[in-house]
Design a protein around this ligand. Structure first.
Ligand code: F6R
Length: 607
């Protein structure tokens, strides 16, 4: 949620601030309520600067202040957890003497007790944060060697951290540590970069070392040391996908990218003749997967909605009992697991704290753990037994769009793979493969509704409540459509099963409460039409998302947006498109900050 960057060069250079800020800006989508940095100046003193709001405010503050910066530098962009948004609460935080500076992601759970103890020992606190504790602990433990002081301090902490520390007592090094909050070191020719997310450093180097939980890294000018031998990995992200291009927001850019991103997800993974999928990431567990007769899918937010779709398809086509649960619940309930159970964790970032906790819990209890994630080398990718990457390229918009359609496409690949291991016929497999191969082209066609959807957003912009309805494969899409408009436009929306409003939500319906009904021509079409009749009988305005060619629906709905015809299990990839666009245009009209939704961050690394 917050972002960390560190920079240290071989010879000590003056590029540190510019490089650091540029890297930090690439993390701004993760946390953006304040930012700060600490660096050396010519007289070998640590200078700390902070600003609330965007990183550009910090830049303005730095401009023309007369500092001649030297590295090392550590930087941070904050998403508030402990204490409100203020300069005092922005990172870096320092000890009583102003010689030890810390930036931190994560949460220190025992900070109240530690603060009390340190206060009694005479330490003076300047912020309301949990992070400041760490600076004072290092001060307390310091005996000439920074890494040793950091190591001792970590022993006091309960919680999670990714942190970076510099000190004028032990200069020319950055000390970093990780527990359940990602950190990596980028190895460039003349400098090292520390970051909490690979996207910060990708323009400098593709050689990275990921820190594991419990490790401390000491990054000197000419070398870095960590407790265990680490292997260097190659980041294989295509460069062209970074930046906003000509789009006004990342969210719109990413919606429009979906024909290409879904194509990347399925590329080279389909075997048309065999009606099957080829998933290299599952090869090591292929035999074990044949023995699986229960699947639990876990994820949060949008990833969980993809999981709900997985539940429908894995039961219908692979014949495996499947249940989807919010990762935040799964970790605490006593779900029955054994070695015939597989847990499938879905996460764009691969760093969501609740999802990681669910994976660890399931692994401890004997289940096979599989991951579907987008970020190569993420904690999820490294901690699951096996998995499949969604390959949709970096997703920067906080509202997840292209990651969702790629997650759904990946679940269809998984369904084919597990189905063909069991009773899915080659003919049905071939039909699924055929439609999936047409998906990029069908997505191009679905995106043609953009202008019409923008007009609908204008027509409905005064409404503050929406009901989203769908049945079977369209139910998770109703949930996801409501989720998108809530998080981007801050209006109330509910996503329900089409058959349920007569038990409750019809009480809300009037000419002031519109519904968005996902009603493709599928196996539950007639049922859904009856549900729309129920809304119309109560004067509720209805926007229908229907299959191209269905003219009948125009007699019932107030507005109709058409999507191309596809097999029932593939239709969600198409029906979500008008709902993403509606949320986007509606939010623009309501003046919301699209890429930085109120109170939300991209990667939720706290519980
Ligand atoms: C929705 C959204 C969030 C995420 C959720 C899980 O647009 O962005 O609801 O889907 O925080 O994130 P990941 O997929 O990274 O685990």
């Amino acid at each position: 949620m917050c972002g960390i960057v560190g920079y240290i060069s071989k010879s000590g250079d003056r590029k540190s601030i510019n490089v650091g800020i540029e890297a930090l800006k690439r993390l701004e989508y993760r946390g953006y309520d304040s930012a700060g940095l600490a660096f050396w100046d010519e007289s070998r003193q640590v200078i700390c600067q902070k600003a609330t709001g965007r990183i550009s405010n910090l830049e303005k503050k730095m401009g023309g202040n007369g500092f001649l910066p030297l590295d090392p530098v550590i930087l941070h962009t904050r998403w508030a957890t402990h204490g409100n948004v203020s300069e005092a609460n922005a990172h870096p935080h320092c000890d009583c003497t102003g010689n030890i500076f810390v930036v931190h992601n994560g949460i220190i759970e025992n900070y109240v007790a530690l603060r009390e103890q340190l206060s009694q020992e005479g330490h003076k606190f300047r912020s309301e944060t949990d992070t400041e504790i760490i600076a004072h602990l290092i001060e307390k433990c310091f005996n000439g060697n920074l890494e040793e002081a950091v190591r001792k301090s970590l022993g006091y902490l309960v919680g999670t951290y990714g942190l970076a520390v510099i000190s004028s007592y032990d200069p020319d090094k950055i000390v970093a540590a990780r527990l359940s909050s990602p950190l990596l070191i980028g190895l460039a020719d003349d400098h090292f970069l520390l970051a909490s997310d690979a996207s910060a450093i990708i323009s400098h180097t593709r050689k990275v070392v990921y820190l594991e939980d419990g490790e401390i890294a000491v990054i000197n000018r000419d070398k870095f040391t960590i407790i265990r031998e680490k292997k260097t990995e190659e980041l294989d992200w295509p460069e062209y996908q970074s930046g906003k291009g000509s789009f006004s927001h990342y969210m719109l850019k990413e919606i429009m990218e979906q024909p290409g991103s879904v194509e990347q997800t399925i590329k080279g993974r389909l075997i048309p003749d065999e009606g099957n999928a080829k998933l290299g990431g599952l090869e090591t567990v292929e035999k074990k997967l044949r023995q699986i007769d229960n699947i639990y899918i876990v994820g949060c937010g949008t990833s969980r909605h993809a999981g709900l779709l997985g539940e429908y398809m894995l039961e219908e086509y692979a014949g495996i009992r499947t249940k989807t649960e919010a990762a935040s619940e799964f970790r605490y309930r006593k779900t029955l697991l054994d070695d015939s159970t597989a847990l499938v964790a879905i996460s764009q970032s691969g760093e969501t704290a609740d999802t990681l906790a669910a994976i660890r819990e399931a692994g401890k209890r004997g289940a096979l753990t599989l991951g579907i994630t987008n970020v190569v080398g993420s904690t999820q990718a490294r901690e699951t037994d096996a998995g499949v990457y969604t390959r949709c390229g970096p997703e920067i918009g906080v509202a997840s769009t292209k990651a969702f359609t790629s997650q759904v496409a990946t679940l269809i690949l998984l369904t084919l793979f597990l189905g063909r291991q069991r009773h899915l016929t080659i003919t049905t497999g071939q039909r699924i493969v055929k439609d999936l191969l047409r998906m990029p082209e069908m997505l191009e066609a679905a995106l043609q509704c953009d202008t019409q959807v923008k007009q609908l957003a204008e027509k409905y912009q005064a409404f503050d409540n929406f009901l989203y309805l769908g049945r079977k494969y369209s139910y998770p899409i109703a949930r996801e459509g409501a989720h998108k408009i809530k998080e981007t436009a801050y209006v109330h929306a509910e996503g329900c099963r089409g058959g349920e409003p007569k038990h409750c939500e019809l009480a809300l319906i009037s000419d002031k409460f519109p519904s968005i009904c996902i009603v493709p021509s599928d196996s539950v079409y007639e049922k859904m039409i009856s549900n729309i009749e129920e809304l119309k009988a109560r004067n509720g305005p209805v926007i229908a998302i229907a299959t191209e060619g269905n003219r009948e629906i125009q007699n019932l709905a107030d507005d109709v947006v058409y999507i191309p015809e596809a097999m029932e299990l593939l239709t969600p990839i198409l029906s979500i498109i008008p709902l993403q666009l509606f949320a986007y245009h509606f939010a623009v009209l309501r003046g919301a900050d699209i890429d930085k939704p109120r109170n939300l961050a991209k990667s939720v690394t706290v519980e």
